[in-house]
Unconditional design. Structure first.
Length: 162
């Protein structure tokens, strides 16, 4: 069974699909594609069935990432199939930990930027109501944190295989 990581933001059209695309590329580059499953969801279902925000798609494509995505809402029973649930900000962290059916499931929830040793603020700001530069900044934050997350996931995969 692959190690499973799910990225979660509010509506699953900006931050979490961006993190999913970036991290999937990092996993593939590291040769872990067959050992790690990556997906994303939202804490709310406002945009279920929609594609990613066009600004997200544009920023991802410009940076060389795939951007095929359909929004969906995270459900409590998903915890059973996820090893890590990565929240994009502290509001998502609280919502997901409240949703978790067990304390062990709540422990699976971590903030993305906690994997970036340079991050002073652990929240990835929501770019939705801002300008295009907010989406570019979001991508920079996601990329910076993805390196540390990749190291943590690689270690977990190696432990599981041992």
């Amino acid at each position: 069974m692959p190690f499973s990581v799910c990225f979660v933001c509010t509506g699953n059209i900006c931050r979490s699909p961006m993190a999913e695309s970036v991290f999937r590329a990092k996993i593939d580059e590291a040769g872990l594609g067959g050992s790690v499953r990556v997906d994303s969801a939202g804490t709310d279902g406002w945009h279920e069935g929609d594609g990613a925000d066009p600004r997200t798609v544009s920023v991802l494509r410009t940076a060389g990432y795939d951007s095929d995505h359909t929004a969906r809402q995270f459900a409590a029973d998903w915890f059973a199939g996820r090893d890590l649930v990565i929240a994009l900000d502290s509001g998502h962290l609280r919502a997901l930990r409240r949703l978790a059916p067990t304390p062990a499931d709540a422990d699976k929830v971590q903030l993305l930027r906690s994997y970036d040793p340079e991050a002073a603020d652990l929240d990835v700001p929501d770019p939705y109501y801002g300008d295009f530069e907010g989406f570019e900044e979001c991508l920079r934050m996601v990329e910076a944190a993805s390196e540390g997350l990749l190291d943590a996931v690689r270690e977990a995969v190696e432990r599981r295989a041992a």
